[in-house]
Ligand binder design. Structure first.
Ligand code: UVW
Length: 344
């Protein structure tokens, strides 16, 4: 974890105020490039200081109850959203011994995942976090030794694997809250471009009695998995045919950005896109994928299975917990299965 670069004015939480973004003239909207130095690959994960992680462990691990947040890797058989390669397992019996190996092949975003910093650039500027380009990523630039033409690993998911995505996390059970309000009063459709406004996320937090602490990891349960299991295969197939796929998710708005910047180290949900999809429908100039990943280096988690977590939160009346998530150690990886567990 790096401290802010010298000369950058920071607030009591140790980050610049949202209104100071972008930090440098000419950089893309709301970007925080240079905050942790030119070569930073951790972005908002720099908020997960040793002190915050230790305080989270002391404050949140009380009963020892553990809940996996991972959807199975093969949960989208046959066809996956965004035309992603589905999971395949090749089994090998190693006769004459009674021994087996297996080989797994899959797109790193086919199930529960963290989108990494190589995934999504500011589309106008075509720049990734810190101003990196497709050329930097695809190995036609300089490699780590400064030689031309090498395959670099810049902005790879390995940088997040080195210390994990670990700390205090909170669940906003938006789906549960909608049900408590009467779903007709709060219309939302997981399979339409349906935005969740910030005021509803905040109302849900208030109803739960959940405190947000700076540096938390945010989880939003939209009810996507329930909505998906309520559809028959033909309906799911039809949705694959709609490109771009419409999905419900958090609203694209400046106030949403302001809240995320002022609160979280990473954000995640149970749905395929975190934000309401496709982007550029509510705001034309930017999207959450662009600002979070490329502007701030903020991990976006998608397709988390939050069903058992929500049931436990409801039963125990507690919506904060300790999160341990270890992305796969793949040098230069674009995204990764989350390998996430909530500990109470
Ligand atoms: C796209 O990049 C389109 O999707 P995801 O939300 O998985 O990043």
């Amino acid at each position: 974890m790096a401290p802010p670069a010298p000369g950058i004015k920071v607030n009591a939480d140790g980050v610049p105020d949202f209104d100071a973004l972008p930090l440098r003239e000419g950089d893309p909207p709301y970007s925080a490039w240079g905050l942790y130095g030119a070569d930073d690959e951790l972005g908002t994960l720099n908020r997960l200081t040793d002190e915050r992680v230790a305080a989270a462990a002391q404050g949140e691990i009380r009963t020892g109850k553990r809940i996996s947040l991972n959807w199975p890797l093969d949960a989208q058989p046959g066809r996956a959203f965004f035309q992603r390669a589905t999971f395949r397992q090749e089994m090998m019996a190693k006769a004459p011994l009674a021994v087996n190996d297996d080989v797994w092949t899959f797109n790193s975003q086919v199930s529960t995942q963290w989108d990494g910093l190589r995934h999504f650039a500011y589309q106008g500027a075509r720049r990734f976090y810190g101003g990196r380009t497709q050329k930097d990523i695809h190995g036609q630039g300089r490699d780590e030794d400064g030689k031309e033409g090498g395959k670099g690993t810049v902005l790879g998911i390995h940088a997040w694997a080195e210390q994990g995505i670990i700390g205090r996390a909170i669940l906003i059970d938006y789906h549960g809250w909608r049900e408590s309000q009467g779903v007709a009063a709060k219309p939302f459709d997981s399979f339409a471009t349906s935005p969740i406004p910030l005021e509803d996320l905040k109302a849900c937090l208030a109803a739960q009695g959940t405190e947000v602490k700076f540096g938390d990891i945010l989880f939003v349960r939209t009810g996507f998995h329930l909505a998906r299991s309520g559809k028959n295969p033909a309906e799911i197939w039809d949705h694959h045919e709609k490109v771009p796929h419409p999905f419900g998710g958090v609203q694209q708005s400046e106030e949403m950005l302001r809240w995320i910047w002022s609160s979280f180290a990473a954000v995640a949900g149970d749905h395929p896109t975190f934000e309401c999809w496709p982007p550029w429908t509510q705001v034309k100039e930017w999207s959450l994928h662009e600002v979070l990943l490329s502007g701030w280096g903020c991990p976006i988690g998608e397709l988390f299975d939050l069903e058992a977590l929500a049931a436990h939160c409801r039963a125990s009346k507690r919506w904060s917990f300790f999160l341990s998530s270890e992305p796969c150690y793949v040098p230069g990886g674009v995204a990764s299965p989350a390998n996430a567990v909530a500990i109470f």
